[in-house]
Design a protein around this ligand. Structure first.
Ligand code: SF4
Length: 229
């Protein structure tokens, strides 16, 4: 990513697209996606390397707003890459909320969410060991999620699992941080090439975990497309 584009008035964009939401409890709903370029992590299973291998396109907040005007009233998701790396994300979030949009922000869990407005629903990834990135997690975000929940935020926590070892680790994290008491949805999403959904489903039932199995709907619908879905 070209650092000169990381300003309050410009964002470095990997792609803008309109599709169905493929993840979270909003899966299946139409959604306008703003995918930001650049990421501070390097997960082994990353399926969007193009967001950090390629330089993004600089776009002003006005240009992004004009694109969104094509989809009035539609839910908006900011994703990446890692959106919180760019300072311009904050005025964009404020502008979207001011326009009455439902706003989701997917973040990789390594950066603090304290500046994200309570009206935005954060989808917080907690990286598991087989991602290779679990030691980068900012655990202070758990307390921030609890505080945001008291303000009415519609946040969610997502674990992407590559193995049975990841499942055991995620289960231990839920116990250690009492995540089930946060009353936010806990999503368990298998890496399709590494952990069979049926295996994960069986483990969730066997251990009676209060989590939601999440399959990536966009990959089921459009298995041959790796962008724009
Ligand atoms: S955080 Fe997301 S975009 Fe960044 S390397 Fe991991 S999977 Fe890829």
């Amino acid at each position: 990513m070209n650092e000169k584009h990381v300003t309050k008035t410009h964002l470095s964009i990997s792609e803008l697209f309109y599709s169905l939401q493929g993840e979270s409890t909003r899966a299946g709903l139409p959604c306008a996606f703003i995918r930001l370029a650049g990421c501070n992590l390097r997960c082994r299973y990353c399926d969007s390397k193009y967001t950090w291998e390629n330089q993004g396109e600089p776009r002003t907040l006005t240009e992004i707003g004009n694109w969104l005007d094509r989809y009035p009233g539609v839910m908006v998701e900011l994703t990446g890459g890692e959106p919180l790396l760019q300072e311009g994300i904050y005025p964009l979030l404020d502008a979207l909320l001011d326009r009455g949009r439902t706003v989701l922000l997917e973040t990789n869990g390594s950066l603090g969410i304290e500046r994200v407005p309570a009206g935005v629903s954060v989808i917080l990834d907690i990286k598991c060991p087989d991602s290779g990135m679990h030691e980068r997690t900012d655990w202070q975000n758990i307390a921030l999620l609890a505080a945001r929940k008291r303000k009415g935020s519609g946040d969610e926590i997502k674990f992407v699992l590559s193995s049975v070892r990841d499942f055991e680790w995620a289960k231990a994290v839920i116990d250690r941080y009492q995540l089930d008491r946060l009353a936010v949805p806990l999503l368990f999403s298998p890496v399709p090439e590494l952990l069979a959904a049926t295996t994960l489903a069986g483990l969730i039932l066997q251990h009676r975990l209060p989590v939601r199995l999440q399959l990536q709907l966009h990959r089921l619908l459009w298995p041959d497309r790796d962008r724009g879905v």
